[in-house]
Design a protein around this ligand. Sequence first.
Ligand SMILES: NC(=O)C1=CN([C@@H]2O[C@H](COP(=O)(O)OP(=O)(O)OC[C@H]3O[C@@H](n4cnc5c(N)ncnc54)[C@H](O)[C@@H]3O)[C@@H](O)[C@H]2O)C=CC1
Ligand SMILES: O=C(O)C(=O)C(=O)[C@H](O)[C@@H](O)CO
Length: 332
Amino acid sequence: MRVSYSELKQEFKRVLLARGVVEETAEACAEMFADTTQAGAYSHGVNRFPRFIQQLEKGDIDPTAKATKVLSLGAIEQWDAHQAIGNLTAKEMMDRAMALADQHGIGVVALKNANHWMRGGGYGWQAAEKGYIGVCWTNSIAVMPPWGAKECRIGTNPLIIAIPSNPITMVDMSCSMYSYGMLEVNRLAGRQTFVDAGFDDDGNLTKDPATIERNKRLLPMGYWKGSGLSIVLDMIATLLSNGLSVAEVTEEKDDEYCVSQVFIAIEIDRLIDGKTKDEKLEKIMDYVKTAERADPNVEVRLPGHEFTTILADNRENGIPVDDSVWAKLKSL
Ligand SMILES: NC(=O)C1=CN([C@@H]2O[C@H](COP(=O)(O)OP(=O)(O)OC[C@H]3O[C@@H](n4cnc5c(N)ncnc54)[C@H](O)[C@@H]3O)[C@@H](O)[C@H]2O)C=CC1
Ligand SMILES: O=C(O)C(=O)C(=O)[C@H](O)[C@@H](O)CO
């Protein structure tokens, strides 16, 4: 089914208000969930909302909390989220990184005690829309085995790098080949994943999303490379924020909260003039897109460019929502 933006946002807001979230916060949070869904990130928009509400009801998320600054070192700042609503603090921290970049050329904000930010790409996009290079990542609870193991000891720790090209080019990727959110999207659509997504109980590679959602033997993106990337991203986020690592979140908390995040904005306008910047980006994009196609019917695309098309379609025709997800939302 397709749902209008306003109907979707209204549903999110209704549920939040019913849980005692104050009007202003409910409005801002509902808007971010609706924007994320409309942008095409269904996995971390409407699909993930019931899980977010579960954590709100449990008290892992404190809707009254506000992030506070802990330490300032010029271009680098440490903040404490105090378990506030994850998408709202993440937006605020990327705004802060951009303000620091205006002063110093680069702004780095590290946040501890944060909650799940949903679609990490939203914050990279936020920076790129304003002309900055946006980089951010988060750690998580252990939900993936490191390369060579079958027990979960590392996070999916998505890394986002967004470039202010036209259209915006953005890598927004979990360190696993598939995020749990995208496994769910594939399962709900009744399909196997396009490439291997994890291992079955016998240790064979599998494309079956339900098997991996159950046994959590998620395949790291790029095999040992995604495993290594996840580990170093966790180390940096932990050190910069002085917050909890994947190991600590997993051992000390009963669920995924109090994670550590990093937000970086780079101001490029003083490094390269606007015309040269645009020409160079155009050249890079054209060079990639005009590579001889493997399949003549499938164009070569740049990461993130799909969202510009999806957003336009969803604005015109309404937002696709899985029937079972909509029924769940209405029941909250
Ligand atoms: N703890 C957390 O906060 C987590 C959040 N997430 C979020 O879940 C969302 C989904 O993450 P993933 O499943 O890893 O994303 P994905 O696998 O759908 O996409 C990863 C990247 O590949 C690009 N891409 C996909 N297909 C492509 C193609 N054919 N050609 C060129 N580029 C292509 C996408 O634009 C994107 O930049 C993200 O917003 C992520 O931030 C994911 C894991 C954990
Ligand atoms: O993988 C995901 O999707 C995701 O968003 C996550 O936060 C974690 O990896 C996992 O905690 C999902 O249960």
